[in-house]
Design a protein around this ligand. Structure first.
Ligand SMILES: C[S@@+](CC[C@H](N)C(=O)[O-])C[C@H]1O[C@@H](n2cnc3c(N)ncnc32)[C@H](O)[C@@H]1O
Length: 263
């Protein structure tokens, strides 16, 4: 209960509400990411709705390798899935946000499935195996931890063809502030990776549930993926357009293949 007797944030589809408002109002709107230690940082909508001309070349290069059928995991507005659908690939978007999936359909994604990344095998049972699975928009974060990530990527293995690719985008953890360093040290002390977060998104008076999220480098991704039958075959570091040229290179794309896959 909050100070004046109000119940605190309503738990709901905060990300979907943020995207829907941005689309309806035709301007960027701001949500806030809240980390479990109380750190709050703004998160604008423009980054989730931009077109291919604004994407880092590393993302465009990785997407050039996609082949259908495609599964876009945590698809958001469907910007990447819709881009591939326009290139005649059949795209299925998976997301927990019903509002985001509506935006995906409006953008031209052919199929949408509401579900959690941890139940991929169940949600995709009986479908033709996917040849490309996207984890873009830093959706390596959805892997959450070593054990959760390995379980998710094992499920991706089970629903994909032998020659399948995962096209993923990740981000290394940011250190350098007392709060971030203390957070990473607590993770290490309990045996986790330094970049494991528990966070939620808040938009207006709505908040998502708390969820696990992972900032990790390609070496850590390789460890998680290797245990699930995948190998990293191409990694490209990049900065988001507009970042200062001396900013640390935190973001990367990674293309993964099955250990026993073609090539
Ligand atoms: C950071 S956004 C990225 C969206 C999109 N890939 C892009 O690049 O624009 C993360 C997306 O993942 C979805 N998401 C979060 N947790 C999820 C989960 N456990 N399972 C499936 N989707 C999830 C959110 O609703 C959101 O649409």
């Amino acid at each position: 209960m909050e100070a004046n007797g109000s119940p605190g944030p309503r738990i709901g589809d905060a990300f979907g509400l943020q995207l829907s408002d941005a689309v309806r109002l035709r301007r960027p709107v701001t949500a806030f990411v809240e980390r479990s230690d109380g750190l709050i940082v703004p998160s604008g909508s423009a980054q989730w709705l931009n077109g291919e001309q604004e994407w880092p070349s590393a993302v465009r290069d990785a997407l050039a390798r996609a082949q259908g059928p495609v599964l876009d995991v945590g698809a958001g507005s469907g910007r990447h899935g819709a881009f591939l659908a326009r290139r005649s690939m059949h795209v299925t978007a998976l997301d927990t946000s019903a509002l985001a999936l509506g935006i995906c359909r409006d953008a031209g994604v052919q199929e949408t499935v509401r579900g959690d990344v941890t139940e991929l095998e169940h949600r995709m049972r009986g479908r033709e195996p996917f040849r490309t699975v996207l984890f873009l928009g830093n959706n390596v974060g959805l892997l959450g931890s070593v054990s959760r990530g390995t379980d998710i990527l094992r499920q991706v293995h089970a629903i994909t063809s032998a020659d399948a690719l995962i096209i993923a985008e990740g981000r290394r953890p940011v250190g350098g502030t007392a709060d971030n360093d203390a957070y990473a040290e607590r993770n290490l002390a309990r045996g986790g990776l330094p970049g494991e977060l528990v966070m939620r998104l808040r938009y207006g008076t709505t908040a998502t549930d708390w969820f696990p999220y992972l900032f990790c480098g390609p070496e850590e991704l390789e460890r998680i993926a290797g245990a699930a039958g995948w190998r990293l075959c191409d990694v490209q570091d990049f900065r988001y357009p507009g970042a200062p040229s001396d900013a640390p290179l935190l973001s990367y794309t990674a293309v993964l293949r099955k250990h026993d896959g073609d090539g």
